[in-house]
Design a protein around this ligand. Structure first.
Ligand code: GLN
Ligand code: ZN
Length: 762
């Protein structure tokens, strides 16, 4: 019985690659230094898998930045603006595409399916020339081979590559990306030929787009591509790997009828229906099924007994020698190695498995199927599963009951939004085009030091409170001087908008090194929600009241919403996501009510990640949006009409979810807008119907550039062309945390001047 791993984290157990990349980009180390770190990481990962007993070990799953960009390099599809003149693509062109350079901006980055990983979007057009320009896949194969490890080289499949691309600027609307298939396949053929010549016997094509809603034209492209590659692939075992959802029946039919493909990888964690499909639709005889039973997207130890029984039922269908135990997707979406979590308490630790541990689980399952079950290992796993099920730290009856009572019922504010806004205006007395900011102010080195020292108990609580208090008073003063209408306290006490709340809620645990790559060298460290969530004490009330006491202007209370907390955490897998979300919503509701009781009249509940949780397939959107919106409403359904609820979202393309946004029924919505004005217009029109306040960001905070008053005024005027004067708010795109005061002060000065200028023209 064989075992396989779809892919492995590249960053290293202590983010070695991150530091090597950043030092190289800063000019502090050489290309050789970077290559050395990368080689060491690859070698240690291969050895680790080989030592664990994994039969099909992947190569080419390492990347200096991103696997889709690697494919762009392989195909030589470098956009013209990088002035690449051919030859093997080196660091300079590669990192220019990823990050831009002094003269040319980077390529666009977008989310990899519904993960928090971002890939570099290929820009293709009818004139794009393709040529084999990065031998990385072959080089990595040979590198492993030299160590005596025969790997399965992994490539992003040709159809997924094209379906994830976008038409380059200026390309005709009628252009079809899939029409490039016949232009990229010759390069794939060259790569395949070289891999064969180097001794490869297997090849893996990642085709995750196969789990999406595809039309018949797109499915036909899969058949065409793998038929065209058939002779090139002959003699190789070909694995087509899918992941992140179950595979639709039509796609399953197409995929399993391809002659050139000899093995299929399915995600059996997110794709629970795939198992039934394989059972009902049958499986082609003589082909391999790579069963993704070990979760690549989460940090929980596998329930080995349950997986074993799944595998046994598959074995009866596909045959003993054709079933391969695998991970649900690449392990790059989970943390690297539990060994480094020395501070995590041992009970919780026994419930977890990071990438390194998952490799061992996969192998243990394969051995068990082959009749060599490691009884002690399985017994320890069963004991840990049982302890997780029965631990009083996981279950809180009261919370369970309260959350269960929410289902089926609706939660909404008593009065409609227009009436509420009138009531609020009587109290707040704001000018037209009120100005505000999204929450955070620049986080200085000094501020980070204070937080760090307090955490390490190097300074006392009094010292900490007085330092933060001083910072808040500075931020309040700046805003008063700028003459901003609705103030914020600046969030100086917060490291991260989810972690800050997670640390104060029960049911959350934190790792020291549980990093997951987000993009390039950037990693995030999601909290782990392991138990029922409750709020033992108020979390933000002290700081918000303190800030409000410093000014007569309204001070916004600042909270992170339940859906965002959920979507940016590792979530429990022993209850549905919505149940966990309702629990968080109830905890935030208490906080909202305490803020209101504490005299805070405006409360912002950020839902930066609401859209991120949208399921990959349309049929599942409605259900998700329903409970996500419901969760948000739970948090503030109980406040008085005069309490103004804001929400903020870090995106603007919600044309397709606008009705859900309206259903959230916030009083004011601030959104990111700096990059896509035109697209927003239709949304705005709906906003007019809705009647709530809307603050589309008037300038981009992701750039150090300082926008002029005229420029901002121009933007506001454009918005006023479609929006009622009395619903428009004036604010930046997002929080100012990553900016410097030297940028923030002049930018906000211009923003306020622009608002004032336009007020005089109304
Ligand atoms: N209130 C948060 C801040 O300003 C919002 C950030 C976000 O939405 N990503 O930092
Ligand atoms: Zn934002």
């Amino acid at each position: 019985m064989a075992s396989h791993i779809v892919g492995y984290p590249r960053m290293g157990p202590k983010r070695e690659l991150k530091f090597a990349l950043e030092s190289f980009w800063d000019g502090k180390s050489s290309a050789e230094d970077l290559e050395k770190v990368a080689t060491d990481l690859r070698v240690s990962i291969w050895k680790q898998m080989a030592d664990a007993g994994i039969k099909y070990i992947p190569s080419n799953t390492f990347s200096y930045y991103d696997q889709v960009l690697d494919t762009t390099a392989m195909l030589g599809a470098v956009p013209d603006r990088y002035s690449w003149t051919g030859g093997e693509i080196g660091f300079s062109t590669y990192f220019s595409m990823a990050r831009g350079n002094a003269t040319v901006p980077a390529m666009e980055m977008t989310k990899w399916f519904d993960t928090n990983y971002h890939f570099i979007v290929p820009e293709l057009g009818p004139n794009t020339k393709f040529s084999y320009s990065s031998h990385k896949a072959v080089n990595e194969y040979k590198e492993a081979k030299a160590l005596g490890i025969d790997t399965v080289p992994a490539l992003v499949g040709p159809v997924s590559y094209l379906l994830l691309s976008k038409p380059a600027k200026g390309v005709e609307k009628s252009f079809s990306l899939l029409s490039l298939l016949s232009s990229i396949l010759p390069v794939y053929k060259e790569v395949i030929a070289e891999l064969k010549a180097a001794g490869a016997t297997w090849i893996q094509f990642d085709e995750p787009t196969l789990v999406l809603d595809l039309d018949s034209h797109q499915l036909a492209a899969f058949s065409a591509a793998y038929t065209e590659l058939e002779s090139a692939l002959s003699g190789l075992n070909v694995l087509v790997e899918t992941y992140f959802a179950d595979i639709p029946a039509e796609s399953y039919k197409t995929l399993t009828s391809l002659n050139s493909v000899t093995a299929y990888g399915f995600d059996l964690i997110r794709g629970a229906k795939t198992l039934d499909l394989v059972k009902s639709a049958g499986f082609p005889s003589g082909k391999y099924l790579f069963a993704g039973v070990v979760d690549g997207r989460n940090i929980w130890a596998d329930d080995l007994a349950a997986s074993l029984s799944t595998l046994e039922s598959l074995e009866a269908i596909v045959g003993k020698d054709k079933l391969v135990v695998s991970t649900s997707c690449s392990l790059m979406h989970t943390a690297v190695d539990l060994v480094n979590e020395t501070k995590l308490d041992s009970e919780i630790k026994s419930w977890l498995a990071f990438a390194a541990q998952k490799v061992v689980e996969v192998n243990a399952l394969a051995k068990a199927l082959a009749g060599q079950k490691d009884e002690a290992y399985f017994a320890a796993n069963a004991a840990a599963q049982a302890s997780r099920r029965s631990s009083p730290r996981v279950t809180n009856e009261e919370v369970q009951k309260a959350a269960a009572a929410l289902k089926g019922s609706d939660h909404c504010r008593a009065t409609n939004v227009s009436a509420r806004l009138d009531a609020q205006q009587k109290k707040l007395n704001l000018p037209v085009l009120p100005t505000t900011t999204i929450g955070s102010f620049p986080q200085t080195v000094e501020l980070r030091r204070v937080r760090r020292e307090y955490k390490a108990k190097k300074i006392t609580e009094e010292e900490y409170v007085s330092a933060i208090k001083e910072e808040i008073s500075k931020v309040v003063k700046i805003q008063e001087e700028l003459d901003i209408d609705v103030l914020v306290h600046g969030e100086p006490e917060r490291n991260d908008m989810v972690e800050y709340f997670g640390e104060q809620l029960s049911g959350f645990a934190f790792t020291a090194n549980g990093w997951v790559q987000s993009y390039g060298s950037r990693c995030v460290k999601p909290p782990i929600i392991y138990g029922d969530v409750s709020r033992p004490n108020p979390m933000t009330v002290f700081w918000s009241k303190l800030a409000q006491s410093m000014t007569s202007r309204p001070m916004k209370g600042m909270l992170t919403g339940p859906v965002t907390i959920l979507n940016w955490s590792f979530v429990r897998n022993d209850q549905p996501r919505f149940e966990t979300c309702y629990q968080i919503a109830l905890a935030i509701k208490k906080e909202v009510e305490d803020l209101e009781a504490g005299g805070i009249q405006v409360i912002q509940i950020d839902e930066a990640a609401l859209r991120e949780g949208l399921p990959l397939r349309k049929a599942e959107h409605a259900f998700y949006l329903d409970w996500a919106v419901h969760s948000f409403r739970i948090t503030n359904c109980g406040v008085q009409d005069t309490t103004q609820i804001h929400t903020h979202m870090c995106y603007s393309n919600f044309n397709d979810i606008i009705h859900s946004i309206i259903n959230m029924d916030a009083d004011v919505i601030t959104i990111e807008n700096s990059r896509s004005d035109e697209k927003l217009l239709s949304v705005f029109r709906e906003g007019v119907v809705y009647g709530a306040g809307i603050g589309p960001g008037v300038y981009d905070i992701h750039s150090p550039r300082i926008p002029s008053t005229e420029e901002i005024a121009d933007r506001i005027n454009k918005m006023l062309a479609v929006l009622d004067t009395n619903i428009l708010w004036v604010n930046p795109d997002c929080g100012l945390k990553t900016r410097k005061y030297t940028e923030v002060k002049p930018a906000l000065t211009n923003m306020v001047s622009a608002a004032k200028l336009i007020r005089t023209q109304l």
